[in-house]
Design a protein around this ligand. Structure first.
Ligand SMILES: NC(=O)C1=CN([C@@H]2O[C@H](COP(=O)(O)OP(=O)(O)OC[C@H]3O[C@@H](n4cnc5c(N)ncnc54)[C@H](OP(=O)(O)O)[C@@H]3O)[C@@H](O)[C@H]2O)C=CC1
Ligand SMILES: O=C(CO)[C@H](O)[C@H](O)COP(=O)(O)O
Length: 477
């Protein structure tokens, strides 16, 4: 008789199939099922020899194949499909079974599902997983949230499946309710900003300095040897150096310039607005994708809002270094903003997030893995509150050193009409942050003028209103 499975994986597209193979490869017995049975059959036909799989076509057979209390990992499209799969599973489950949603679910959905399943006597873990196809197979970064007891039941499996860095698994319990999915959402937001910054650096090298894709790929490969060392810089070099088999051109030159998105970046920005966090880099990255997707309008605008492109300037070592420095400084701002959002969300929702632990589990397996996450881990290491990563010695010195080059690059981009929304907004945030007195005094004056909204004064406490359009006198509000 086949041994009962240690875990069930429902949903066998890119992520589910590879996580199932990962678990089986580590010696766990894995029950597998998918709505469309062909995926199940394909997985077994192609990879069944890699470990102990128990394929099932029906939900009842799938559930019956798993040892109780059953850990069932759902890896389906986020949104209504997750609820649909949960409803299908419920009649077959026993009290205490654990449903784990490993997709990119919205954290408020996770909180709702957690309460719903708890009310029915089941346990629920909302877990962010990052690493894409390869990470899922060889070791992703895993961000489980929900009840600690439920996580503890699956921790021995997940910590073995996760990527390992310096002997530590890239998996830790994040916090209650939707905390795991919230953290994954912000991870993806940072991923958006990181990728937008990379795209802008590519555009600067291409449009300002006239370099072709393979040459830019070489520059990224070189940058990957230094402080920018990261998975995204590494794969940027590979993408830029790839030749299209059918045209002989660089592949990137024949890919349409319309970025798609599945929602996590947008959710991160929405949450930042709700929480009052100035999350400019990620939000600009979301808007840049939106603008890119309006290709028809951009084509029309190019013909109407004619702009004489200045000739490309020499790609000197100094010019390339200025772009690298601007990219690094902007990236630091993006991470500083993302981590501030995590802190504010943690305080707002009472999650007690350990930000150093997040940097630790993002060092391996995930899409934003990067050498400098070690620095973020150090910054949060002693548990003392961090107002902004930009105030921490390593990052403060890094942005101060990069600043002249960063400012020069942004200035040149603006002068030449090359859009750099993420570079520019990161610099604007930096300039705004380090300015003890900005121009919002005028905003307050205007608000008070048209709406009697009142203002505070520097020289005395309290709120005041000026009768702007009447006798001009000031009254205490
Ligand atoms: N791809 C990636 O790099 C990453 C993805 N994720 C997240 O992981 C989850 C899975 O991603 P991925 O593997 O790419 O798969 P997809 O997001 O492309 O989803 C496809 C899977 O969802 C199933 N599905 C869709 N609708 C339903 C439904 N109503 N009922 C049952 N099953 C349904 C499909 O079944 P069928 O085959 O029958 O159509 C298939 O198994 C998603 O939430 C995604 O956002 C997280 C990290 C990285
Ligand atoms: O979670 C992921 C990586 O971490 C997924 O690849 C996700 O789909 C990326 O987001 P988008 O599709 O919006 O670019």
């Amino acid at each position: 008789m086949t041994k009962l499975a240690d875990i069930g994986v429902y949903g066998l597209a890119t992520m589910g199939a590879n996580l199932a193979r990962n678990a089986a490869g580590k010696g766990f017995t894995v029950a597998v099922a998918n709505r469309n049975h062909e995926r199940t059959d394909e997985l077994i036909a192609e990879h069944g020899h890699e470990g102990a799989f128990v394929p099932a076509h029906g939900i009842a057979d799938f559930v019956a194949a798993i040892a109780t209390p059953r850990p069932i990992l759902i890896m389906v499209k986020a949104g209504a499909p997750v609820d649909a799969v949960i409803e299908e599973l419920l009649p077959h489950l026993d009290q205490g079974d654990i449903i784990i949603d490993g997709g990119n679910s919205l954290f408020t959905d996770t909180a709702r599902r957690n309460a719903y399943l708890k009310g029915k006597g089941f346990r629920f873990v909302g877990m962010g997983v990052s690493g894409g196809e390869e990470g899922a197979l060889i070791g992703p970064s895993m961000m489980p949230g929900g009840e600690v007891e439920a996580y503890e039941r699956v921790a021995p499996m997940f910590t073995r499946m996760a990527a390992q860095v310096d002997g530590e698994p890239c998996c830790t319990h994040i916090g209650p309710d939707g905390a795991g999915h919230y953290v994954k959402m912000v991870h993806n937001g940072i991923e958006y900003a990181d990728m937008q910054l990379i795209a802008e650096a590519y555009d600067l090298l291409k449009t300002l300095h006239g370099l072709d894709a393979p040459a830019i790929g070489e520059i990224f490969a070189e940058w990957n040897k230094g402080e920018l060392d990261s998975y995204l810089i590494e794969i940027t070099a590979e993408v830029l150096k790839k030749t299209d088999a059918s045209t002989g051109k660089p592949l990137v030159d024949v890919i349409t310039d319309e970025a798609e998105q599945k929602g996590t970046g947008l959710w991160t920005s929405k949450s930042a607005l709700d929480l009052g966090v100035p999350l400019t880099a990620i939000t600009e990255a979301v808007f840049a994708r939106v603008l890119s997707s309006r290709r028809g309008q951009r084509i029309e605008a190019e013909g109407l809002l004619v702009h004489a492109k200045p000739p490309a300037t020499l790609a000197s070592d100094e010019a390339i270094e200025a772009i690298r420095a601007g990219l690094y400084a902007s990236k630091i701002v993006a991470y500083a903003q993302g981590f501030q959002q995590l802190q504010v969300a943690s305080d707002e929702y009472g999650w007690n997030l350990k930000l150093g632990d997040l940097a630790t589990i993002w060092r391996g397996g995930c899409i934003i893995r990067a050498r400098f996450l070690n620095r973020i881990r150090e910054a949060y290491g002693d548990g003392a509150p961090v107002s902004s990563l930009l105030f921490e010695p390593y990052f403060r010195e890094a942005v101060l050193a990069a600043e002249p080059k960063w400012r020069k690059v942004v200035g040149e981009a603006i002068a030449a009409g090359v859009p750099t929304p993420a570079f520019s907004s990161a610099l604007a945030y930096y300039d705004g942050l380090r300015r003890a007195r900005g121009p919002a005094n005028l905003l307050q004056g205007l608000r008070d003028y048209f709406g009697a909204h009142t203002y505070g004064r520097l020289d005395k406490p309290g709120k005041y209103h000026t009768r702007w359009a009447q006798d001009g006198s000031e009254v205490k509000a």
